[in-house]
Design a protein around this ligand. Structure first.
Ligand code: ASP
Length: 326
């Protein structure tokens, strides 16, 4: 008999993968976050011929960390999720953590976790575009693939697995509201693929290391999260919103610039006033296929080529780590 001595821990947070539709033929009207993580795990063995060989030697543990539609994801849940990941990964017999999550804010959670977890083990997020009781639900296959990737991935890293693709937390973005393959990593491309339980990593894929400043961030000490907003450059972009935010006490602003991070004259002037008043302003691009290429004309810092929402996470963590080092 084979000895099962390593564990993969599966944490449930809700999302469509745990959702139930009103009818089995109509996949868009549904309620997310209805089924428990135990039930989702059971569905994995029901597809295909039992579990794939790579998973046969693992034990599985599951924990319901949250049960929400990820449009409502919040800092308290993030905090709890990061702590549960950290706690499980510190067990010697835990190989990896898999997280089921809604698709809407998955990329933000994935990036957040990639910056705060300290462990030399992988975390793999997965999701679904169709609710669990839909006739062609994609959740069971995605979870199966995520477990398989978790069983073979080595070292630190937060990954996302869906529709047969492995994406890195740095690059992945939801790019389509309804398509089954709703995620894309822009010009960075996928980190790998999984077909028929076989994982193929892209050999030339390089993950970006996390900033060393964050090594000292202690989430346990965080009591209040900084207020950071994302605003966009667009036709007739004015500074009114920036001025209102500054007046209301915003601590950071991310501007999603047009093209290669361009910002209209009026909005730029407002942001420069905010910056002069001590508010951290960062720049990203509205374009979702590639990062801003920094030039001398950029008035605001660009954080590691991240999307606007991930720049917001990075800026929040930067503000927190600065607060802690004082
Ligand atoms: N609103 C859902 C969520 O993000 C969408 C999904 O999971 O596909 O939780």
């Amino acid at each position: 008999m084979q000895v099962k001595n390593q564990k993969i821990v599966v944490l449930g947070t809700g999302g469509t993968i745990a959702g139930e539709s009103i009818s089995a033929s109509e996949g868009l009207s549904y309620k997310a976050a209805q089924r428990g993580i135990e039930v989702l795990l059971q569905s994995v063995a029901e597809i295909g011929q039992g579990l794939p060989e790579t998973l046969a030697s693992f034990q599985f543990e599951s924990e319901q960390v949250a049960q929400l539609d990820s449009k409502d994801m919040d800092f308290a849940t993030w905090h709890h999720l990061a702590q549960r990941c950290q706690a499980w990964l510190s067990h010697e017999d835990v190989k990896a953590v898999v997280i089921t999550h809604g698709t809407d804010t998955l990329e933000e959670t994935a990036y957040f976790l990639s910056q705060v977890i300290v462990a030399n083990k992988p975390v793999v997020l997965t999701c679904a575009m169709r609710p669990a009781n839909f006739k062609d639900a994609d959740g069971p296959q995605n979870l199966r693939d995520a477990l398989t990737v978790a069983s073979v991935a080595q070292g630190a890293g937060v990954w996302m697995v869906a529709a047969g693709e492995i994406h890195h937390s740095q690059h992945v973005q939801k790019v389509h509201p309804t398509r089954i393959n709703a995620f894309d990593s822009g010009e960075a491309g996928v980190a790998g693929t999984i077909k028929a339980d076989q994982v193929t990593w892209r050999l030339d894929f390089k993950a970006v290391p996390k900033p060393s400043a964050l090594t000292h961030l202690d989430l346990a000490e965080v009591t209040a999260w900084p207020w950071v907003e994302v605003i966009m450059n667009h036709v007739q972009a004015e500074a009114k919103l920036v001025d209102m935010l500054v007046k209301a006490g915003v601590q950071g602003i991310v501007v999603a610039g047009t093209g290669n991070g361009s910002v209209g004259i009026a909005l730029k002037a407002g942001l420069m006033r905010a910056q002069a008043a001590g508010i951290q302003v960062c720049l990203a691009s509205r374009c979702n296929q590639g990062p801003v290429v920094v030039t001398e004309t950029h008035a605001f810092p660009v954080l590691a080529g991240l999307s606007p929402v991930k720049t917001r996470v990075a800026l929040m963590l930067d503000i927190l780590s600065k607060q802690q080092s004082h």
